[in-house]
Write a protein that binds this ligand. Structure first.
Ligand code: URA
Length: 249
């Protein structure tokens, strides 16, 4: 499928790729007058339309604005208890999105993962190049987490995490330096520039502690907005996309 703004596409293919149904189902929708372009019933479902943002104001399905086009980047406030996967048992982050979006092609994927028990800022996209840019280990995009821990700190944790020498169990490469900011007797903020499996929980385990709650507050320069409730999501604007890369460490 062509990227938004770059070309034209057959209307039936565009709608099929956005998950509205098979080409056949879309044909039936058109014949039933459910698809309108510029206010007129779109009888010719094979016509080519420009794939750009303006199309969203021109095309309606059952009177509703067209879904976001390909090239979508969402921020989601991941609640505790949902899994970042397309096919595991239990509640999935994708269940928080409209049902139709499950049938989009290219599919919407999570940009990296948060554990089931971790809450906070999760990015979702159908843009493979964008996904790879954000998760690329070469970029070292900082991610800030709020950590609630169970035991009193010993006092040397910040130094150990910042040392660049902490080795996690079962690994053969030390962690990159991470920054620990102590917020209270039971809470700290930690900023990582890599994303190993269960990294924060394993780091605290390595210094004899236990994480009881974990929340991702920021990726790069993008903060989870206070008004985005757990389970809610919205599309990033162009400035927010840039802020992901222009990152305060
Ligand atoms: N570190 C963890 O331990 N879990 C997460 O979900 C993210 C970072």
């Amino acid at each position: 499928m062509s990227k938004a703004g770059s070309s034209t596409q057959r209307l039936d293919k565009l709608l099929a790729n956005l998950g509205y149904g098979s080409r056949r189902e879309i044909n039936i929708m058109a014949r039933n007058g459910r698809i309108r372009l510029d206010g007129e019933i779109a009888a010719n479902i094979e016509q080519r339309v420009p794939v750009d943002e303006a199309l969203r104001a021109r095309l309606t399905i059952d009177g509703e604005t067209l879904d976001p086009l390909q090239g979508l980047v969402l921020m989601l406030h991941k609640p505790v208890g949902v899994t970042c996967s397309h096919n595991e048992a239990g509640d999935l982050v994708f269940d928080l999105l409209p049902l139709r979006w499950r049938h989009r092609d290219p599919p919407i994927s999570a940009v990296g993962r948060l554990d089931k028990d971790t809450s906070g800022l999760l990015l979702l996209t159908d843009d493979g190049a964008f996904l790879h840019t954000i998760i690329s280990p070469k970029r070292h995009i900082p991610k800030r987490y709020l950590v609630t821990f169970e035991r009193p700190l010993k006092g040397d944790e910040a130094e150990i995490f910042a040392s660049g020498q902490l080795m996690l169990k079962g690994e053969d490469k030390p962690l990159l330096p991470a920054q620990l900011e102590i917020l209270s007797d039971a809470q700290a903020a930690i900023t990582l520039t890599e994303g190993r499996y269960h990294q924060v929980r394993r780091m605290f385990a390595a210094v004899g502690n236990h994480v009881s709650a974990l929340h991702r507050a920021r990726i790069g320069g993008l903060e989870l907005p206070a008004d985005l409730a757990p389970g809610a999501y919205r599309a990033l604007d162009a400035g927010e996309r840039v802020s992901l890369l222009g990152a305060p460490a």
